[in-house]
Ligand binder design. Structure first.
Ligand code: HEC
Length: 118
């Protein structure tokens, strides 16, 4: 009996640990994006509020990521040419941090906008 309880407690601890990690990172470390983005202040890149508005929902953004994040598919560049000269910066971020984590990255971006900070 005692042993069963201990196993149950250990399992709960491990599961709780996983859940906490998920909540912090959302499966994706969004902090990497902070150097150049904020939710509602332009930094090196556009505000994520503008990004969220332009894409509408995370599935649309995840699809553009999954399709290789081509410059001609990027909605902010399409809406405002001034970002085009900086596209290369975001392309290297994409290759380094987003590729392979397309859905998690899109989800993390929309969650950051909902919470009001990255
Ligand atoms: C070194 C600076 C830098 C970092 C770090 C960075 N970005 Fe960007 N990002 C930019 C710039 C500059 C643009 C504007 C150029 C563009 O739109 O491609 C941009 C644009 C974007 C866009 C809009 C693309 C469009 O035109 O529609 C998304 C989405 C995005 N970033 C997501 C992210 C995510 C997610 C991360 C973290 C993994 C990240 N960025 C990290 C510089 C950065």
């Amino acid at each position: 009996m005692k042993k069963t309880l201990m196993i149950a407690a250990a399992a709960a601890f491990v599961m709780g640990g996983f859940a906490a990690t998920e909540a912090v990172a959302g499966g994706f470390n969004v902090k990497k994006c902070k150097a150049c983005h904020a939710v509602d202040k332009k930094k090196v890149g556009p505000t994520w509020k503008d990004v969220a508005e332009a894409y509408g929902d995370e599935a649309t953004l995840a699809k553009v990521f999954a399709d290789g994040f081509k410059v001609e598919d990027r909605k902010l560049i399409a809406a405002n040419d001034k970002w085009k000269s900086k596209a290369g910066m975001m392309t290297s971020q994409y290759k380094k941090n987003i590729k392979g984590h397309e859905e998690a990255a899109a989800k993390a971006l929309f969650e950051a906008v909902a919470r009001g900070k990255i």
